[in-house]
Design a protein around this ligand. Structure first.
Ligand SMILES: [Zn+2]
Length: 437
């Protein structure tokens, strides 16, 4: 679809979705009324600026136990096909209700991403994503049906290696670190990941350094495609051109806001992802989100047609706002540490696992302890590894380099055997940069 047609379609769906939300959900009915908004006045994407911004907190405040009802539920319960929960690291998980129409749209988004990555009929895809209360694994499975692909629903990356040797999958969906561990397991059993028959890796779940992707691609000798998906309904993915993640603009509207969530940011600049579902006219939804603050940040790469031929706009890999720490005037992102860890020289000795803890020191100083796993500890070049990571950190972050030069920030390193880091004892997704001040 041309850019003009796509924008027109998107606005038609904004109008329908806002009306649908007002008619079908108690939350939106009260929300519009209490803010003096009439759904019919929301006609274009600029009009969305007039609507307040919702957060995960808003959803939790309108569901049990806080409220007796599920305020966001936007179809009769009998019409709901599945009920989901976000993994919610803190507090009560958010409930999500999906009708079959919602499933079709979620699957459509994943199917497009898979197709844009070159997957199709004849491919066998191992899904390491969990099949629990979140939507990921299940909707990917429905997506595969559309593409006439075979799914191996492992649900985790610790599956027995016969899954690889017996069924010869051509692709795996998983996270960078899980796929690295899988490569180690394969090699320990004498199987070369490059000769395992895998032709594509699809990663998502959390942001990662490009250096980590490059290393993973080398280990398997195949392309690694990035995806960004969530229960809230954003399913964006890189195509084979790998120049940003395509946003399915006809099904989800994405705005980027400034940090104060007051205005849109210009294309190219980083902003907070605020998303709105887009329902095709006549379709139904169990839970509509309008102006939902994802708490993730990204930037628009381009709205021009991609080299792959797709017109859907492209964004940079999204990152979490909570993934960084402030050190005086400086800010340190987890990814900046990862970048140094995965420098090619380091990876001859490290397995890529890392964790970092920030402690206070003196009045205003801070010390960062980075823990690393050496393949053949204690015989590793600790000094060289430390120098390279610190060098990478300071070379790309001037305020941090200033703090380091001024004695307000220092870095120490600790090394263990594989499996020796604290994060292995934590259930769920580990937090690799922890502020202990
Ligand atoms: Zn493309």
């Amino acid at each position: 679809m041309s850019r003009g047609d796509l924008d027109a379609l998107s606005e038609e769906r904004i109008r329908y979705t806002v009306r649908y939300a007002e008619e079908h959900s108690n939350f939106y009915r009260h929300w519009f009324a209490s803010h003096g908004i009439a759904a019919r006045d929301i006609r274009t994407h600029e009009d969305l600026l007039e609507l307040p911004i919702l957060s995960g907190q808003t959803i939790r405040a309108h569901q049990p136990p806080v409220s007796p009802e599920f305020g966001f539920l936007s179809a009769p319960l009998e019409e709901i096909f599945t009920i989901h929960e976000t993994s919610g690291t803190t507090g009560v998980p958010k409930a999500f209700f999906l009708t079959w129409d919602d499933w079709s749209r979620y699957a459509e988004k994943y199917a497009r991403t898979f197709a844009s990555q070159g997957l199709g009929h004849g491919d066998r895809l191992v899904v390491c994503t969990s099949y629990g209360m979140n939507v990921g694994g299940n909707t990917m499975t429905v997506a595969a049906h559309r593409l006439h692909m075979t799914i191996i629903p492992a649900g985790k990356c610790t599956f027995p290696l016969r899954v690889i040797t017996s069924y010869r999958p051509t692709a795996i969906v998983g996270s960078v670190f899980k796929l690295l561990r899988l490569a180690d397991r394969l090699e320990a059993e004498g199987i070369d990941p490059r000769k395992s028959g895998l032709r594509r890796l699809i990663v998502g779940g959390e942001s990662f350094a490009e250096e980590a992707r490059t290393y993973l691609a080398e280990r398997y000798d195949c392309p690694v495609y990035n995806t960004y998906g969530s229960t809230e309904g954003t399913m964006c993915g890189e195509c084979q051109v790998q120049d940003g993640l395509h946003v399915p603009e006809d099904l989800v509207h994405l705005d980027l806001y400034d940090p104060g969530l007051q205005a849109f940011v210009p294309d190219g600049q980083p902003g907070r992802i605020v998303l709105s579902h887009l329902l095709p006219v006549g379709e139904r939804s169990g839970m509509v989100l309008l102006n939902y603050d994802s708490e993730d940040t990204t930037a628009i790469v381009s709205r021009d047609t991609c080299a792959c031929g797709r017109t859907h706009l492209r964004i940079r890999p999204p990152g979490r706002e909570t993934d960084g720490v402030a050190i005086g005037e400086a800010r340190l992102e987890r990814i900046e540490i990862e970048r140094g860890v995965f420098s090619p020289e380091n990876m001859t000795e490290l397995n890529g696992e890392y964790e970092a803890f920030l402690y206070g020191e003196g009045d205003r100083g801070a010390v960062l302890r980075i823990g690393l796993e050496c393949r053949r500890a204690p015989a590793c070049d600790r000094e060289g590894i430390g120098e390279r990571i610190l060098g990478t950190l300071l070379a790309h972050n001037r305020p941090l380099a200033a703090a380091h030069a001024g004695g307000e920030f220092r870095v120490i390193f600790s090394f263990t055997n594989p499996g020796g880091l604290e994060l292995h004892a934590v259930k769920g997704r580990p937090k690799r940069l922890v502020d202990r001040r």
